[in-house]
Design a protein around this ligand. Structure first.
Ligand SMILES: Nc1ncnc2c1ncn2[C@@H]1O[C@H](COP(=O)(O)OP(=O)(O)O)[C@@H](O)[C@H]1O
Ligand SMILES: Cc1cn([C@H]2C[C@H](O)[C@@H](COP(=O)(O)O)O2)c(=O)[nH]c1=O
Length: 216
């Protein structure tokens, strides 16, 4: 039975790597997939992993009808056995409905990869619709970690090194990019709530207020 599967997790937990692996294993068996993405860090029409692998992909612009695209491909004699979508959080709710239609009417598996919540802990529209419609939601097994060692469950945004909780929902960026004005860091919920990034935790540990006081 074909499925709409949502592989979700924080930033930097291996989603794009898994997307590339699923595509690789299927193409090794002669299957042909369509790969969509939107706003990958590597640029337009690319699906890239931090492990260094990158592949060409179809840029899923907001106005694009993904169901119609797959139907067009098939009616022009193209072979499509499955569909992969990376950065699925950026898709519109309508586009997720179109993906569900690809599964139900064209009987193709659709594997969607994305983060669920933004830097304010609010759902992205694409992720919300995937949670509503997916046959299966898979949490990535390689867990990203907060600086405290706990499993990272939330994505924080930093601007000039300081964690922020207001701003545009979409700003393409990366974790561990010291040079960028806007950066990201994955945190556990406790430290996201306290707005405590690795840098602020380090600064607090060095502050005289929390240094052990020697006995008088
Ligand atoms: N130098 C490295 N050696 C081993 N694994 C790495 C290295 N750099 C990144 N990774 C792995 O790649 C993961 C990020 O993969 P990626 O597919 O880009 O994540 P996502 O798409 O979820 O943001 C990291 O969690 C880590 O497991
Ligand atoms: C939390 C958050 C992230 N983004 C952007 C930053 C990256 O470009 C992508 C996530 O990519 P990854 O492969 O999962 O690392 O999303 C954003 O625009 N807004 C946010 O709140």
């Amino acid at each position: 039975m074909p499925e709409l599967v949502f592989f979700s997790g924080t930033m930097d937990c291996g989603k794009s790597t898994l997307a590339l692996q699923i595509g690789h294993n299927r193409s090794a068996r002669g299957l042909k997939g369509l790969i969509f993405t939107r706003d990958d860090r590597a640029g337009e029409g690319k699906l890239s992993s931090r492990l260094g692998l990158v592949t060409d992909a179809i840029e899923a612009r907001p106005e694009m009808d993904l169901y119609a695209y797959v139907v067009d491909e098939l009616s022009q004699g193209g072979k499509v056995d499955y569909v992969i979508v990376d950065e699925a959080q950026f898709l519109t709710a309508e586009q997720i409905d179109q993906l569900a239609r690809v599964v139900d009417d064209l009987e193709l598996d659709v594997y969607a990869f994305g983060i669920t919540t933004d830097f304010r802990t609010k759902l992205f529209p694409g992720s919300q619709r995937l949670i509503e419609l997916a046959d299966r939601i898979e949490t990535l097994q390689v867990e990203a970690m907060c600086w405290c060692g706990a499993r990272a469950t939330h994505n924080a945004r930093t601007v000039d090194g300081r964690m922020v909780v207001e701003g545009e929902q979409v700003v393409v960026g990366d974790v561990n990019d010291q040079a960028a004005e806007v950066g990201y860091e994955v945190l556990c919920r406790r430290h996201h709530r306290r707005r405590m990034t690795a840098a602020t935790a380090r600064a607090a540990a060095l502050s005289p207020d929390v240094l052990p006081v020697p006995p008088a």
